[in-house]
Design a protein around this ligand. Structure first.
Ligand code: FAD
Ligand code: EPU
Length: 294
């Protein structure tokens, strides 16, 4: 049974009972009972304010590329649908949080702006990338982030420059009820051909090591300090371990893939077995890098 919601929320654009299999790259999960899709910042603010006033918990969804959903989600879920327009001002490029992350990196490349080449293979939305401080090949968002705008859990709109300590390895200071609305990257004017060559090099490396033809949520576990989760899983002999349609990728140990019809139980069991075996063999506790929604 879905939670009843107040009229002021129901006035906002929303859908009912959408499968998380369609909302996430991994393609598993139960139903999203209430999916709110504001098309303006004002609507997003009205949503957060109404939830705050009613004492209602909610969740924020981006491109669903770092999410493992293990059941139905009864609380309202906010997925921004702001106009997908990136703007360039000098060496800065800015976009609404729902802008595609790869599309933003591609826009920077087209503009001859260097600094987001590493981002060209990371799916999802710009907002999700800021929230996760996404990164690759020694780079991460905090290194280029100039300003960002967000809603507090009370619905207050704030725009600011990042401050020291707000963003760390695959995490940030936001709670699950802050909503990133917009962000601006400070890049440098570069040579288009060199930028394109760097993008191609990163994409080649990624294609050579990650199972991009299967549904997945990126790396499942964080790299423990000074170690590599993929290698630990590999050395524990876990590649190819399969439960139903959920499998430890034979290509990269830290990717668990869905062959099509993986059930949430299979996926949860596979994650737990990987953690238990790595603990047993290496004495290391693997911590999820993905967000888990139950
Ligand atoms: P979601 O998965 O939708 O959400 C992730 C978290 O962000 C959740 O907590 C959600 O509540 C929050 N969130 C989403 N949008 C907002 C918002 N607007 N405001 C506030 N919070 C928000 N990640 C890397 O860092 N490096 C990689 O190299 C990388 N490679 C990947 C490769 C593949 C093939 C895949 C599938 C994933 C990869 N990822 C990688 C993981 C993922 O793409 C990133 O974490 C991405 O930035 C998540 O963005 P998203 O919009 O999909 O977020
Ligand atoms: N390795 C193995 N076996 C494996 C996988 C990896 O031995 O099964 C070894 C590789 O041979 C290599 C080392 O581990 O020597 C590192 O592997 P890789 O270059 O694939 O990088 P990673 O540390 O596994 C991290 C990020 C990725 C990001 C890449 C590239 C984390 C958890 N993962 O992976 O990010 O794309 O570097 O920068 O930090 C993500 O966050 O979702 C993600 C995919």
């Amino acid at each position: 049974m879905a939670l009843p919601l107040p009229d002021e929320l129901l006035k906002l654009p929303h859908k009912r009972d959408v499968s998380f299999a369609r909302l996430t790259t991994l393609g598993i999960g139960g139903l999203c009972r209430w999916l709110f899709e504001p098309t303006t910042e004002a609507e997003a603010q009205a949503f957060v304010r109404a939830c705050h006033r009613e004492g209602l918990a909610f969740r924020v969804l981006g491109g669903g590329s770092n999410l493992v959903v293990l059941g139905d989600v009864e609380v309202p879920v906010l997925r921004l649908r702001l106009p997908a327009i990136a703007e360039r001002h000098g060496a800065e490029i800015a976009a609404p949080a729902s802008h595609g992350h790869i599309a933003l990196a591609e826009a920077a490349t087209r503009e001859g702006l260097s600094g987001l080449e590493w981002a060209s293979g990371i799916p999802g939305s710009l907002g999700g990338a800021i929230r996760m401080n996404a990164g690759a090949y020694g780079h991460e968002w905090v290194q280029v982030l100039a300003r960002y705008r967000f809603l507090t859990p009370e619905g207050e709109l704030i725009e600011k420059a990042p401050e020291s300590g707000e963003f760390q390895y695959r995490t940030s200071w936001f709670s699950g009820r802050h909503v990133v609305l917009w962000a601006e990257a400070r890049l440098v004017a570069g040579d288009s051909a060199r930028i394109q060559a760097q993008v191609a090099e990163y994409r080649g490396r990624r294609g050579g090591s990650q199972p991009l033809s299967r549904r997945n949520a990126g790396c499942i576990f964080k790299n423990p300090p000074g170690q590599n989760a993929g290698r630990l899983i590999d050395e524990a002999g876990l590649k190819g371990l399969r439960i139903g349609d959920a499998e430890v990728s034979p290509e990269h140990g830290n990717f668990l893939v869905n062959h099509g019809h993986a059930r949430v139980e299979d996926f949860a069991e596979l994650m737990a077995r990987v953690q238990a075996r790595v603990r047993e063999i290496h004495g290391v506790e693997l911590e999820p890098e993905v967000e888990i929604w139950r």
